[in-house]
Design a protein around this ligand. Structure first.
Ligand SMILES: [Zn+2]
Length: 122
């Protein structure tokens, strides 16, 4: 058999890494939502297009996009083991909640800036 090219090898490694991450994530999601439904009590839908996602019920102080996918799924596992309240939510629920947090934060930031301007006025 011909030696696989290095780009072919790289692609295989990427696929393997992705499969590992997906398996870890699926295991955690299955534990959080054995019925495969969004655990948001006002939703409870079974997602068709995207798999369920990890949702932090009490918010989180870190950005998932700051970690690579394996580090992220390991952090979820550590948090779950440490008793951080996680839930499996569908993508629309998770996105809606995160955007609420974002808009609330930007509102607070805007209020702080407005207050600072008001105070610094002569
Ligand atoms: Zn949902």
């Amino acid at each position: 058999m011909r030696n696989p090219s290095s780009s072919h090898k790289r692609r295989l490694m990427r696929q393997l890494a992705y499969a590992k991450v997906r398996a870890l994530l699926d295991e955690l999601i299955h534990e959080l939502a054995p019925d495969g439904r969004c655990q948001n009590p006002i939703c409870r839908r079974k997602p068709r297009k995207y798999p369920l996602e990890i949702h932090h019920l009490d918010g989180r102080a870190w950005e998932p996009r700051d970690l690579d996918s394996l580090a992220r799924v390991k952090r979820y596992g550590d948090e779950h083991a440490a008793g951080v309240r996680l839930a499996a939510w569908c993508r629309p629920c998770n996105a809606a909640d995160n955007s609420q947090v974002r808009s609330r934060m930007s509102y607070e930031q805007a209020a702080r800036i407005m207050n600072k301007r008001r105070r610094s006025r002569p």
